[in-house]
Design a binder for this molecule. Structure first.
Ligand code: HAM
Length: 426
């Protein structure tokens, strides 16, 4: 029979798996990141939400903005059987706000600290750090207008970076102002850019009318030169917007979070108002943003809710994983690998249970041929292996093999005796 042709994953979509050849796709790295993020965010009072991966297309059009790259070029949209236009979520904020409004939380308790983690989808051209299915870990703090909320998020993110051993990180902060500031700045900026029209690239020329702030974010060298001389938004800000931003910066300073003000940081989604931020690192090359976020005080109202201030962020898990994996993949093999021969299975299961119930150790029980089991025990990175054959069944003693030190110790086949050895050795 002819061999069936194998099917490959969709381009730009990854398999995260134990022992992955590309270290940043290794389960151990991902679990370390998710555990650290959950621990830090829960310790700040954020509660986990699980929201749909598919939402009505209109949610993203209204929420993120039809002129953005994400909505104009990158969404995976389709019609379902009822001819409704649906989209695989390209980000988590619009869905979180949809849920906040749908469940009337402004009435129940307007202040919600939410965090989420899960896959997002954008049809971008894949490269290192940029995928079509990628994962985000994010948080949304709804209901607090005070600049302390912006600072709290950045402070939390700084703690998370510390937990993950990421210290070569730049914290870039800016503000896109409130509605009045942005309106005033758009006029000043349009005027300035209009005088440099001939130096701008085609897409920036087009943005001049629709969204001149996006020109600040253009990566092309000639546009960057023009942008370097552009007026600063701080000079166009209303006193209230300026005061908010100053307070955020003062809090960061007092908390000793090292940040830099980046007047060019405008972000690629239209819902931002006020503070915007990104954490970047040179270690990632072109896709250097580990995470991004900011304030979006109009979005709840734009999506049909009561006016509600909000601030949030999302981090790219693959990018975090590239950084964490560079420092080494955590060892996650079982502490003990039990190798039962025929007839010793029940003894193996009961011994394993006794050790697991202590709560500190992982025990994997094999099955099948001795040689194959020992090979697998080695591959898992287990600390100890113990063969249970006929002799062991009768004598109730066994030879515990330390796979790292290649030494052997005789032990009684009792959970307490085995626990004693596991606790004693590193
Ligand atoms: P964003 O800047 O579009 O913001 O995405 C946040 C992070 O997701 C990026 O900094 C990056 O690490 C990661 N990311 C984005 N696109 C890709 C991709 N194609 N492949 C791999 N990683 C990617 C948002 O999504 C906002 N919802 C953040 C937010 C939450 N603002 C307020 N609340």
């Amino acid at each position: 029979m002819a061999e069936a042709k194998s099917i490959q994953a969709v381009k730009g979509m990854n398999d995260i798996r134990p022992g992955a050849t590309e270290a940043f796709l290794d389960t151990a790295v991902w679990q370390k990141i998710f555990a650290a993020a959950a621990a830090v965010m829960e310790s700040f009072g954020f509660r986990r939400v699980w929201l749909p991966v598919v939402e009505p297309t209109a949610l993203f059009q209204r929420g993120i903005g039809t002129d953005t790259d994400i909505v104009a070029k990158e969404m995976y949209s389709f019609s379902d059987r009822g001819e409704r236009s649906l989209t695989l979520r390209p980000e988590g904020t619009a869905g979180a706000v949809r849920a906040y409004v749908e469940h009337n939380l402004a009435r129940v308790d307007p202040i919600q600290r939410w965090w989420y983690a899960g896959p997002m989808f954008r049809a971008e051209s894949p490269q290192k750090g940029r995928y079509r299915q990628f994962y985000q870990i994010g948080a949304e703090l709804l209901g607090i207008a005070d600049p302390a909320a912006d600072a709290e998020l950045l402070w939390m993110l700084w703690q998370l970076c510390g937990r993950l051993g990421l210290f070569e990180v730049a914290v870039r902060v800016n503000s896109v102002g409130d509605n009045d500031s942005r309106k005033a700045y758009r006029a000043v900026l349009r005027d300035y850019l209009g005088r440099h029209m001939t130096e701008l690239c085609e897409s920036c020329k087009a943005r001049l009318d629709t969204n001149p702030l996006r020109v600040l974010d253009c990566k092309r060298a000639p546009c960057r030169t023009v942008v370097d001389g552009a007026p600063d938004i701080l000079d166009a800000m209303t006193p209230a917007a300026r005061q908010h931003f100053d307070k955020v910066l003062a809090l960061l300073q007092a908390l000793k979070v090292p940040f830099e003000r980046d007047p060019r940081l405008v972000r690629g989604l239209d819902y931002y108002t006020g503070t915007t931020f990104e954490l970047t690192t040179r270690a990632l090359g072109a896709q250097d943003a580990i995470l991004g976020g900011g304030r979006y005080d109009n979005l709840v109202e734009e999506l049909g809710g009561m006016p509600t201030p909000a601030v949030g962020f999302a981090a790219g898990v693959e990018r975090l994983a590239l950084l964490v994996a560079a420092a080494g993949v955590p060892a996650v093999g079982p502490d003990l690998y039990l190798v039962p021969m025929a007839g010793a299975e029940v003894l193996a299961f009961l011994l394993a249970d006794g050790i697991r119930s202590d709560g500190r150790y992982k025990v994997e029980v094999g099955a099948g041929r001795l040689k194959q089991q020992m090979k697998h025990a080695d591959r898992t990175g287990a600390r100890f292996a113990l063969v249970l054959g006929e002799d062991e069944l009768t004598s109730r003693r066994g030879k515990l093999k330390n796979l790292r030190a290649t030494s052997v110790e005789e032990v009684a086949l009792e959970p307490s005796a085995l626990l004693g050895v596991l606790a004693r050795s590193p």
